[in-house]
Design a protein around this ligand. Structure first.
Ligand code: XMP
Length: 513
C-alpha cells in the first residue's frame, strides 16, 4: 500500500477538497468517518498523518461528533482544521466557546511564531475563515503560531502530541498559501515522500480488487459512460474473465446510445459483454411516478432486479462493481455518517435496496471526475469515452419533469440529440461539463403555419464545472442558441417553445430532478 493520510470527516462541505489537495501533492488519502476506531487507524502502518476536517457543529454541543481521543496517543501527526482544530484543542485541555463575533470570508493572518508548518510563507497572508466558535484558555503545552484580529489563536500547535490546529481553511483556493501549508504538513511534518501516482493507484486497486473478490465472479453495470467504463477496464485488468459486464437498456437512454455502447464494448477490450433489454420493464415501473426521489429509487431498484436475474443466468456472480465517485457519495448520503444533508439519491448509491444480494466493488469511490478521466487515459482508453459528458444513472427519466411516458421520451430524445449535435460543433465544447434538454410539464400557445399550437416546452441546461459539485451556466453563442431553438421547434413534433436555464449550482442542481 502507499503512504496514506487519513481524513476524519466531521461533515464539512470542504472535506472532499482536503482530499483533493492531498492527492494533488501525490500523497494518497482516504476519507473516513469521524468515529473510525482507534484499532482501524493504528493497525494501518501506512497512515503517516491524520487530518480532522471542519464541520457544522459546535464542540460544546451534546450531539457534536467526536473522534476517539486516543488518536492523539498514536504518535502520528494530526492537523485539525476549523471544527477539527477546536475539537483537538478541547480534547487536549483547551476551552472552546461560542463567539459573538463570527469570522467569515477573507481575513488577514499574522504569523507570530516560527514553525515548520508555515515555512516559506510570508508573515502577513490572507486566509479564508468560516467559523463562529473559538478556542480560549490554551494550556501551556500549546504554542500559538498565528493570529487574526478576532482570533488570537488562529493557528496553534501542541508539540508533545504533534498536533497542529488551524482556525481557517487551507484547502480552499481563497487561502492562497493553503496548498503550501498542506504541503509543509505532508512533507515536513508527516515526512511523506509524495510518490503516489495514478499508475500506483492502478496497481494498488488491482491488488485490492483481487484481495476482495478472490476467485469469485463480478458483475459490472456498464453504462458506457466514463466512470463505469474505467471501472470495467480496471477490474478486467485485475481479474480478467472473472468479470462479466452488463449493459442495461433501461428505456431512458439517449438517441443512439444503445447502439454506440454495444459497438464500443461488444467487440473491443475483450470484455465478457452482455446486453439486458429491459426498456419496457423500466418504463412500466415508472408509470404514474412523478416525484423525483421516487423515480430515482424505482430505477435503482429495477436495475438491481435486472442484475439479479442476469446474475442467475450467468451463474456464480457474487460482487457488483459500480462506478461510484466521491461526489455521488457526498450528495447521496450524509457524508460518511457526518451531519451534512442528502441532496439526491444517486442511483448507484442511495437508490440501492437494503437486500442487495451482492457485495459492492467501488474502486473509484474516493475520486473526482477529472481524476477518473486521467485514470482512463492512464489505462489507455480512447479519448471519445474519456471526454463523454456525464449522464445520470436514472437517465432521461429525471429530465422529464412529471410522468415519464414513451411519447414524452421520444420528444426529449429528439430535442436532446439536436442539443448534442449543435454543441459538438463548437470549439468550446470541451469546456462544457454537460449540455442537455429537459422536458417541462408546461404547455404553451404557439403559432405554426398560421395555425395555433398548444404544445410542450423544453429547457436547455448547459453548464461548466470541474467536478459536478458546483457549476456555472455556460453562455452558448447566441447563433448556436437560435439554431438549437429553431431546430427543436421545427423538427420535434410536440415542442413549440425552448427556454434557457441560467441558474448555477448552488443554489440549483445540474439535473432538474
Ligand atoms: P446534480 O443534479 O446533483 O448532479 O447537480 C451532479 C452531477 O451528477 C450527475 N448525476 C448523477 N450521476 N447517477 C449518476 O451516476 C445519478 O443518479 C445522478 N444524478 C445526477 C449529474 O448529471 C451531474 O453531472
Amino acid at each position: 500500500m502507499s503512504e496514506t493520510i487519513a481524513i476524519l470527516d466531521f461533515g464539512s462541505q470542504y472535506t472532499q477538497l482536503i482530499a483533493r489537495r492531498v492527492r494533488e501533492n501525490r500523497v494518497y488519502c482516504e476519507i473516513l468517518t469521524h468515529d473510525t476506531s482507534l484499532n482501524e487507524l493504528s493497525s494501518n502502518p501506512d497512515i503517516k498523518g491524520i487530518i480532522l476536517s471542519g464541520g457544522p457543529s459546535g464542540v460544546y454541543e451534546e450531539e457534536a461528533p467526536k473522534c476517539d481521543p486516543e488518536i492523539f496517543e498514536l504518535g502520528i501527526p494530526i492537523l485539525g482544521i476549523c471544527y477539527g482544530m477546536q475539537m483537538g484543542c478541547e480534547i487536549l485541555g483547551a476551552e472552546v466557546l461560542s463567539s459573538s463575533k463570527r469570522e467569515y470570508g477573507d481575513t488577514s493572518l499574522e504569523i507570530t511564531s516560527k514553525n515548520v508548518l508555515f515555512e516559506g510563507i510570508t508573515r502577513h497572508t490572507q486566509v479564508w475563515m468560516s467559523h463562529g466558535d473559538r478556542v480560549e484558555g490554551l494550556p501551556q503545552e500549546f504554542e500559538v503560531l498565528a493570529r487574526t484580529e478576532s482570533s488570537p489563536y488562529a493557528a496553534v500547535s501542541h508539540p508533545g502530541k504533534q498536533f497542529y490546529g488551524l482556525q481557517f481553511h487551507p484547502e480552499v483556493t481563497h487561502t492562497p498559501e493553503g496548498s503550501n501549508l498542506l504541503n509543509n504538513f505532508l512533507f515536513q511534518i508527516c515526512k511523506c515522500k509524495g510518490d503516489w501516482t495514478l499508475s500506483s493507484f492502478i496497481e494498488t486497486q488491482i491488488e485490492a480488487i483481487r484481495q476482495q473478490v478472490g476467485n469469485n465472479r463480478v458483475v459490472c453495470g456498464l453504462s458506457g459512460g466514463v466512470d463505469s467504463s474505467v471501472v470495467a477496464i480496471l477490474i478486467h485488468k485485475a481479474i480478467g474473465d472473472q468479470l462479466a459486464c452488463i449493459f442495461v437498456d433501461n428505456g431512458v437512454l439517449r438517441e443512439g446510445e444503445r447502439e454506440q455502447v454495444v459497438k464500443t464494448f461488444g467487440g473491443q477490450f475483450n470484455l465478457d459483454f452482455h446486453l439486458a433489454d429491459a426498456a419496457d420493464r423500466f418504463i412500466d415501473r415508472l408509470k404514474g411516478v412523478t416525484e423525483p426521489e421516487e423515480k430515482r429509487i424505482h430505477i435503482g431498484h429495477e436495475f438491481i432486479d435486472v442484475f439479479k436475474e442476469k446474475a442467475k443466468e450467468l451463474k456464480g456472480l457474487k460482487f457488483l462493481a459500480q462506478g461510484t465517485l466521491y461526489p455521488d457519495i457526498i450528495e447521496s448520503r450524509s457524508a460518511f455518517g457526518g451531519p451534512s444533508s442528502t441532496i439526491k439519491s444517486h442511483h448507484n448509491v442511495g437508490g440501492l435496496p437494503e437486500d442487495l444480494g451482492f457485495e459492492l466493488v467501488e474502486p473509484l469511490k474516493y475520486l473526482f471526475k477529472d481524476e477518473v478521466r486521467n485514470l482512463g487515459r492512464e489505462l489507455g482508453m480512447p479519448e471519445e469515452i474519456i471526454q463523454r459528458q456525464p449522464f445520470p444513472g436514472p437517465g432521461l427519466a429525471i429530465r422529464i419533469i412529471g410522468e415519464v411516458t414513451r411519447e414524452r421520451l421520444k420528444m426529449l430524445r429528439e430535442a436532446d440529440a439536436i442539443v448534442q449535435e449543435e454543441v459538438r460543433k463548437l470549439d468550446s465544447h470541451k469546456n462544457i461539463w454537460q449540455s442537455f434538454a429537459v422536458l417541462l410539464p408546461v404547455r404553451s400557445v404557439g403559432v405554426m403555419g398560421d395555425k395555433r399550437t398548444y404544445e410542450n416546452a423544453c429547457a436547455l441546461r448547459i453548464v461548466e464545472s470541474t467536478d459536478g459539485m458546483t457549476a456555472k451556466w455556460f453562455p452558448l453563442p447566441s447563433d448556436t442558441l437560435s439554431r438549437i431553438s429553431n431546430r427543436i421547434c421545427n423538427e420535434v413534433h410536440g415542442i413549440n417553445r425552448v427556454v434557457l436555464d441560467i441558474s448555477s449550482k448552488p443554489p440549483s442542481t445540474i439535473e432538474w430532478e
